[in-house]
Design a protein around this ligand. Structure first.
Ligand SMILES: NC(=O)c1ccc[n+]([C@@H]2O[C@H](COP(=O)([O-])OP(=O)(O)OC[C@H]3O[C@@H](n4cnc5c(N)ncnc54)[C@H](O)[C@@H]3O)[C@@H](O)[C@H]2O)c1
Ligand SMILES: O=P(O)(O)OC[C@@H](O)[C@@H](O)[C@H](O)[C@H](O)CO
Length: 383
């Protein structure tokens, strides 16, 4: 079986690549990082180390790589012959890879009538649907009909903490032992991919929102508040009592929003939340705050981990989301010269003022009660 995976980065190698290998796939990694692609083709294997006391090592074999800038034609051919396509490139890169995926699907539709599923494994509500929209921008009406009949675009949620890291061996990757990969079953075309570790569900929305508004809302709280307090890593920040108070408060608010919206069991949600806080405290992982805080404009988006649970909380309880608002205020203050979105956001705030910048990035309209709560938190002394 052949898989084509876009993005040989942390989650690509440390999670998707590992599960595909264990399921018996040959995986072709597609990336723009020539050093990584060269190494994949030379070594033809890499090691995934589980971040636990035992440091168990797993070897991923049966892999090859294509540099999509140098060899787009090879990517098209790989799509023609694939049994499954996955991505883990980051939401902002999906529109960039969409054109090449469209070419591959068109070629496949011409040469074979075999169905295929394309699964975006990104932290985003409706990530695959967004990729599909971008792929379809490259198709004529007639091509869209053919491709609609043959190819599935199921949405997915993926969860495994894989920090940025450097090893002597470029491809080695250290990952937390926990993982979850949930895929929307009704959108699958043809045979369901046989990958041990994928959970198929009828409706992905509760799963992706639970993941994004618990794991990622909590992670964002630690990162943005921790950054404001001068910490460099998630471990340093989460060991601070003030950060713990804010993460617990933020996850209580997002939890209340999720429990009341999706009718989750309260005790089970509490256990899920506590497990996540324990995962952030894993002493065998060192995760930089700048990675978790990356892309603050994306993270302040309307359907994202901060604004959406905060407004859901207000809707279902009628109360102010104090702790999510503190986190959003800290995100608005996040600075990092290496992060284009952080630089852009600070420029927007300097040019237009915080209220206009917040409205623009969050989609919150003038008069939305959440705006005032966030602005109050932003202007609080000591923040
Ligand atoms: N790291 C985690 O803990 C984690 C966990 C769950 C989900 N995710 C999600 O997975 C996605 C990837 O995150 P990551 O942490 O692996 O990032 P990463 O930066 O480590 O990996 C992204 C990879 O995509 C490659 N890339 C960039 N542009 C490309 C292009 N045009 N074509 C092909 N490849 C390209 C990069 O070179 C890089 O190798 C994101 O959506 C992220 O939110 C990450
Ligand atoms: O990848 P991002 O930028 O959306 O979010 C940063 C982290 O919160 C994220 O990568 C987590 O480590 C991951 O989502 C855990 O499953």
């Amino acid at each position: 079986m052949e898989a084509v995976h876009f993005g040989a980065g942390n989650i690509g190698r440390g999670f998707i690549g590992l599960l595909l290998h264990q399921a018996g796939y040959h995986t072709t990694f597609v990336d723009v990082n020539e050093a990584v692609i060269k190494e994949i083709n030379e070594k033809k294997q890499y090691t995934v180390v589980l971040a636990t006391e035992e440091s168990e090592s797993l070897t991923v074999k049966n892999i090859s790589g294509i540099n999509s800038i140098q060899d787009p034609g090879k990517v098209i051919q790989a799509i023609v012959h694939a049994d499954m396509i996955t991505t883990a490139v980051g939401p902002n890169v999906l529109p960039i890879i969409a054109g090449l995926i469209a070419k591959g699907l068109k070629e496949r539709a011409k040469t074979t009538n075999q169905p295929l599923n394309i699964i975006a494994c990104e932290n985003m509500v409706g990530g695959t649907s967004f990729l599909k929209e971008k792929v379809y921008e490259h198709l004529t009406q007639e091509e869209k009909t053919t491709i609609d009949n043959l190819f599935g675009f199921p949405d997915a949620a993926v969860d495994r903490i894989v920090p940025n890291q450097k090893h002597d061996n470029l491809l080695q990757v250290s990952v937390e032992p926990y993982y979850e990969w949930v895929v929307e079953e009704p959108a699958i075309k043809g045979t369901k991919p046989d990958v041990n570790g994928i959970t198929f569900v009828d409706d992905l929305t509760p799963y992706i929102e639970r993941k994004l508004f618990t794991v990622n809302s909590g992670h964002a709280a630690v990162a943005y508040v921790g950054h404001q307090m001068g910490y460099q890593t998630i471990t340093e920040a989460i060991n601070d009592e003030k950060v713990q108070e804010i993460i617990k408060g933020a996850l209580h608010e997002s939890g209340e929003a999720l429990i009341r919206t999706y009718d989750f069991n309260r005790e089970e949600h509490q256990a899920y939340t506590e497990k996540i806080i324990g995962r952030f405290m894993n002493p065998y992982i060192s995760d930089e705050i700048t990675r978790v805080a990356r892309g603050p404009i994306r993270k302040l988006g309307a359907r994202e981990r901060l604004i959406r649970p905060a407004s859901m909380y207000m809707d279902v309880t009628g109360k102010e989301p104090t702790y999510l608002a503190k986190t959003i205020a800290a995100a608005l203050k996040f600075t990092n010269e290496q992060d284009n979105e952080a630089v852009k956001l600070q420029k927007m705030i300097a040019d237009q003022g915080v209220q206009e910048a917040l409205k623009e990035v969050s989609g919150l309209e003038a008069g939305h009660p959440l705006l005032k709560v966030i602005l109050n938190a932003y202007n609080e002394r000591g923040d």
